[in-house]
Design a protein around this ligand. Structure first.
Ligand code: FAD
Length: 398
């Protein structure tokens, strides 16, 4: 529609939006803080309405070729004894068509499809001034620009949100857990499978996916604030080692591998809750607007759906205010349903006390021997699929 649009953040949400808008004739600039496209990362699921979005974007078939192909999941106790095993889809809460892939692979796919946009790396919005008929933007690099619309798709700690809506403290809700993920050697010799260890207040898991030699170690534990924001990587590694001190299974070896990992994600599990996602000509998208936390398993799907809905609304209305109102009206119930999954799921994933760990492993051992266990476990993930489909997508505009 020939608008000039700045998208802050070249993640899933920003790239998907850039593809949709540039296909519709808008002049889109994506400014991404990272110095270049990022490969790898952890695995994410795309489900429900988000699959229809990928399909309408013409990317679903290629996304399927990038599947992790994780085919089995096992839960073990402190001595590594198997409590239960199940197929990979049941373990990951997926149904037939859902696609699990590496975040980096999805980024690459979206980035290639958004070639019609201008992509600037290694820069970031520093100032924003909405003048009513446009937004004046100053970048950290010293560059300036003027746009019809600015979209903050810059993640949990969105700089756009900070500039246009106020500081993180107003919108971030701490769920009381931390997550850490690192690429590590495949010590367990896993072949497209994942193994989860359940300890009191802490879960550790390792998975290996198709087409990769290494493995990912993931840690999810209950904790009050650790003050990690001011710490460097070594400081975060120390906090992780302290949180898992004395744990069994392969945890000590996994921790020992973390310092050599090329990457370490370390974050409190938080949600973003806001009453409004837009102000004037600035609008938020994806995690920046409504992070549901990794425990929801739905952040990527929400980012894709949000990008599609926002692009459709902007294509349908000349008036940006009407478009942003439409976007919010369509997305609100979907976001509420999916955000509710985060706190509920994490309580199932992290079990509180030693006694509760024993009880839940005993229950899993019984379940493991029951015929039709996969069906029973799949029924437990029904709320995820209900939430994943809780939106009516607008018609495809281009
Ligand atoms: C361990 C883990 C597991 C997860 N598992 C799943 C899962 O199974 N299923 C699922 O659906 N989701 C999952 N998620 C969540 C999912 O990754 C996010 O919800 C999703 O990536 C949100 O996309 P986004 O584009 O809004 O934000 P992001 O992916 O965070 O992208 C934001 C982008 O903005 C950039 N950026 C940040 N600040 C600035 C700035 N100031 N200027 C410019 N650019 C900036 C960042 O570098 C990044 O590229 C998981 C997350 C984690 C951490």
């Amino acid at each position: 529609m020939n608008r000039t649009i700045l998208v802050s953040g070249g993640g899933v949400a920003g790239l998907a939006l850039a593809q949709r808008l540039s296909a519709g004739g808008d002049a889109v600039t994506v400014v991404e803080r990272a110095p270049g496209p990022r490969a790898g990362g952890y695995k994410v699921d795309v489900r429900g309405a988000a699959l229809r979005v990928l399909d309408r974007m013409g990317l679903l078939e290629e996304a399927r070729t990038l599947r992790t192909e994780v085919r089995a999941g096992t839960v073990v106790d402190a001595r590594g004894r198997r409590a239960a095993s199940m197929d990979g889809d049941t373990f990951g809460g997926r149904v037939h068509d859902d696609v699990e892939l590496l975040r980096g692979d999805l980024h690459r796919l979206l980035r290639e499809s958004a070639a019609g946009a201008e992509h600037v790396h290694g820069d970031s919005i520093a100032t924003l001034e909405d003048t009513g008929d446009g937004v004046e933007v100053g970048f950290a690099s010293g560059r300036t620009g003027r746009y019809d619309l600015v979209v903050g798709a810059d993640g949990l700690r969105s700089a756009t949100r900070n500039l246009a809506f106020g500081p993180d403290e107003r919108y971030l809700v701490d769920l009381g857990y931390y997550v850490a993920v690192a690429t590590v050697p495949n010590r367990l010799g896993l072949d497209r499978e994942e193994v989860t260890y359940v300890g009191p207040g802490r879960t550790a898991l390792m998975y290996a996916i198709a087409r990769e030699e290494g493995a990912r170690a993931m840690f999810l534990w209950s904790s009050g604030p650790l003050g990690e924001q001011g710490l460097d990587r070594a400081g975060r590694e120390r906090l992780l080692a302290e949180a898992y001190a004395g744990e069994g299974w392969e945890v000590p070896a996994m921790l020992a591998d973390v310092p050599d990992s090329p990457d370490l994600l370390f974050d409190p599990l938080s949600q973003v809750r806001m009453d409004r996602w837009s102000t004037g000509r600035v609008v938020l998208l994806g995690d920046a607007a409504h992070c549901a936390s990794p425990a929801s398993g739905q952040g990527t799907s929400m980012a894709l759906v949000g990008a599609y809905v926002l692009a459709a609304a902007l294509a349908a209305h000349d008036d940006h205010a009407a478009a942003l109102a439409d976007y919010e009206r369509i997305m609100r119930p979907f976001v509420a349903a999916n955000q509710a999954l985060g706190p509920a799921n994490v309580k199932r994933m992290v079990v509180g006390t030693k006694g509760q760990v024993r009880a839940s492993l005993a229950m899993l051992r019984v379940l493991d021997r029951l015929p039709g266990k996969e069906r029973m476990l799949a029924a437990m993930t029904a709320p995820i699929h209900k939430a994943a489909n809780a939106v009516e997508l607008p018609e495809l505009v281009h």
